[in-house]
Design a protein around this ligand. Structure first.
Ligand code: AMP
Length: 286
């Protein structure tokens, strides 16, 4: 596996090797787990050459968020990627990507203010900016993103379309632990008792998908009430059912079966750890 650290070096390397065929790219913040590795396997199924980036992007963290505390496990990550036969690892420093004088950012519009965006102002603009920079440097044919961060996936899809980026965005389903909890680099922050309580999250998602499957006349209100009940005792930051591609909040009285792309989203705080999850209510599959 070739490790590239400078922007200039990576840019010239990827432009010189373009004739060797398409690249599939997986951007990450490191502290890699099975979820990331499934994205890598998906990338390998799309293109002969696979690139992964590891960069904890300061632009997407708010001033009171966990940027400094975010786990950095480069040596272990490198071994995992080598084992997964990744071809290129882009591992730049902050000053490489944000040199003095850096000032241009991507503004992704209304979608960035919903759901997580309401609690993390500027987060999705920061995500879109770094992803656009990485796509410019690597110029992959495919970039793979997890549905675990579904709002992020939609933001990137929009950005790539709006700004005519020549990369196909590919979604990968959420990878879960045995009890259904979505794998996340932040799960390692959980105390033993919080980890146990965290399994209420997949249980709530399952209960709602089951209700929607069994009762065609389930309303948004009923589904939210059931989820809320199953999450009792947890600090729920938001719990919402959206519809459509732009993730608008669904009317409470609407029948879920009549909505287009209905999806349940939630963010929960356990101690100081914030966990997010989401699930489609159209083809419930949890
Ligand atoms: P991160 O390192 O958290 O920025 O995540 C890098 C990529 O991995 C993003 O596209 C995430 O959506 C994806 N990802 C993280 N956790 C999971 C998971 N449990 N299942 C699927 N994709 C994931």
């Amino acid at each position: 596996m070739q490790v590239l650290e400078s922007v200039k070096g990576a840019q010239s390397f990827f432009s010189q090797t373009r004739s060797e065929g398409p690249i599939a790219f997986v951007p990450t913040m490191g502290c890699l787990h099975e979820g990331h590795l499934e994205l890598v396997a998906h990338a390998k199924s799309l293109a002969k050459r696979v690139a992964v980036s590891i960069f904890v992007n300061p632009l997407q963290f708010g001033p009171t968020e966990d940027f400094n505390k975010y786990p950095r496990t480069f040596e272990e990550d490198q071994l995992k990627l080598e084992k997964a036969s990744v071809d290129y690892l882009f591992y730049p420093s902050s000053s490489e990507l944000y040199p003095a004088g850096f000032s241009s950012t991507v503004n992704v519009g209304e979608l960035a203010n919903r759901l997580c965006g309401a609690f993390r102002p500027g987060h999705f603009d920061g995500v879109a900016t770094i992803v656009l920079k990485l796509l410019q440097i690597i110029q992959p044919s495919f970039a793979i993103f997890g549905e675990k961060d579904f709002q992020q996936l939609r933001v990137i899809e929009n950005m790539v379309m709006d700004l005519n980026v020549a990369t196909s965005v590919v979604a990968h389903p959420t990878v879960r632990e045995l009890d259904g909890l979505a794998r996340s680099s932040r799960n390692r922050y959980l105390s033993e008792s919080d980890r146990r309580r965290a399994s209420q999250i997949p249980q709530a998602l399952s209960a709602v998908t089951e209700l929607c499957r069994n009762q065609i006349s389930t309303t948004v209100q009923q589904a939210l009430e059931l989820a809320f009940l199953r999450l009792s005792g947890l600090e729920t930051q938001y719990l919402e059912i959206t519809h459509g591609q732009d993730l608008r909040s669904a009317p409470k009285e609407a029948f879920i079966s009549e909505l287009s792309s209905p999806r349940l989203f939630l963010a929960v705080k356990l101690g100081t750890t914030r966990l997010i999850d989401n699930i489609s209510l159209k083809e419930p599959h949890l």
